[in-house]
Design a protein around this ligand. Structure first.
Ligand SMILES: *Cc1c(COP(=O)(O)O)cnc(C)c1O
Length: 359
């Protein structure tokens, strides 16, 4: 393993090149900052940069991360309007437009694209159009959607788009990125409460790195994670982003079809259009405790119980990154068939047909 420790330092040019690759992946010409920490770092940095006492935020809650954003927004002194929908569905652009209409003072909107924890995904293009018309700033948590479904940052008008490498990108955890639109920079620069000289400061990065020509790194980067991120971006480029996205879509369609064919379990997210390509959540019937079922499965399988209260009734099949293949889907369905005494062959046939119809 010693070769990992003998690397020359990552150069400023190498760091900037990785930022440019992320910008291409996000279809954005805005500034991209590759943040040296898990995705919660740029998410919190974006909220603390934009929110302040006197601002009003629309916080869309479609899963556990939305709840976290609401807490940060409140701790910044912002007034928060929560728009929550059941975690087994999606929010509609209509609901967002109505919330904006009844609170004209809303100047910031936080939204999660896909929710890996609950398996749902939101129609960001339509929602962003409503937010744009209203004039508020839009922050999108795209950690679980990037590389699993289309993400058109500039075309849709997303001001702050946050990603991480460890889900559909099949890359490292512990490194993340945020794109910042010109409008978002203006807003953050005008916010006296925005973090400065702080780990959470996007403005520090702008002043000391982006605007300074990206020639001298302000901090020692997380070198191994950065190299892994660069390698994973190269792999996505080599495979082709549409191919990577199609694989995730097919894994989702196949898993949902297979689960329906089992008969013993049901997709947690009811409508196919609301199902996230990154992970399929499954509802266990009354009397069958999801976490207890999960504990009987091969731990090598990417199946885990739902978090918090959902541990009793929901399982999550993660088919992302290297696991976005028919082999993983087959292995998961076979295990779920065995654990619930269902017809595995029927589930596999349904899954394979759905996979073939989708890729
Ligand atoms: C995984 C995930 C995160 C958290 O990413 P970390 O890098 O672990 O902080 C945030 N939001 C969503 C939607 C996620 O799926």
């Amino acid at each position: 393993m010693s070769h990992f420790l003998d690397l020359p330092p990552l150069s400023a040019a190498g760091f900037a090149a990785i930022e440019d690759q992320v910008a291409a992946l996000l279809h954005t010409e805005a500034d991209v900052i590759v943040t040296q920490g898990e995705a919660l770092l740029p998410l919190e940095a974006a909220i603390r940069g934009a929110a302040h006492p006197g601002s009003t935020a629309l916080n869309i809650v479609t899963g556990p991360y939305g709840q976290t954003f609401g807490n940060w927004l409140r701790s910044c002194g912002a007034t928060v309007v929560d728009l929550a929908v059941p975690f087994d569905s999606a929010v509609s652009a209509q609901q967002v437009a109505e919330a904006l209409e009844s609170h004209p003072e809303i100047d910031f909107v936080s939204l999660v694209h896909a929710e890996a924890a609950t398996g749902n995904t939101n129609p960001v293009a339509e929602i962003a159009a409503a937010v744009r018309e209203h004039g508020a700033l839009l922050m999108l948590d795209a950690v679980a959607s990037v590389a699993a479904e289309p993400l058109l940052t500039d075309e849709w008008g997303i001001d702050l788009c946050v990603i991480g490498g460890q889900k559909a990108m099949g890359g490292p955890a512990g490194v993340s990125a945020v794109s910042v639109s010109g409008r978002a920079w203006e807003r953050i620069a005008a916010n006296p409460a925005a973090p400065r000289r702080s780990y959470l400061s996007l403005l520090d990065w702008k002043e000391r790195w982006t605007d300074a020509g990206r020639t001298v790194l302000p901090h020692a980067p997380a070198q191994l994670e950065m190299l892994a991120l660069g390698a994973c971006l190269d792999r996505i480029a080599a495979d082709g982003l549409p191919t990577v996205i199609a694989r995730h879509r097919a894994a989702s369609a196949a898993t949902r079809a297979g689960v329906r064919a089992l008969g013993t379990l049901t997709p947690f997210v009811r409508e196919d259009a609301h199902a996230a390509p990154v992970a399929t959540t499954v509802r266990t019937p009354a009397g069958l405790h999801a976490a207890e079922l999960a504990a009987t499965l091969d731990p090598a399988l990417p199946i885990q119980p739902g978090g918090g209260a959902l541990a009793a009734e929901m399982l999550r099949v993660n088919h992302y990154g290297q696991a976005s293949g028919l082999d993983t889907v087959r292995a998961c369905l076979t295990a779920l068939a065995d654990a619930t005494e269902a017809d595995g062959a029927k589930a596999l046939a349904a899954a394979e047909a759905a996979w073939d119809a989708t890729v």
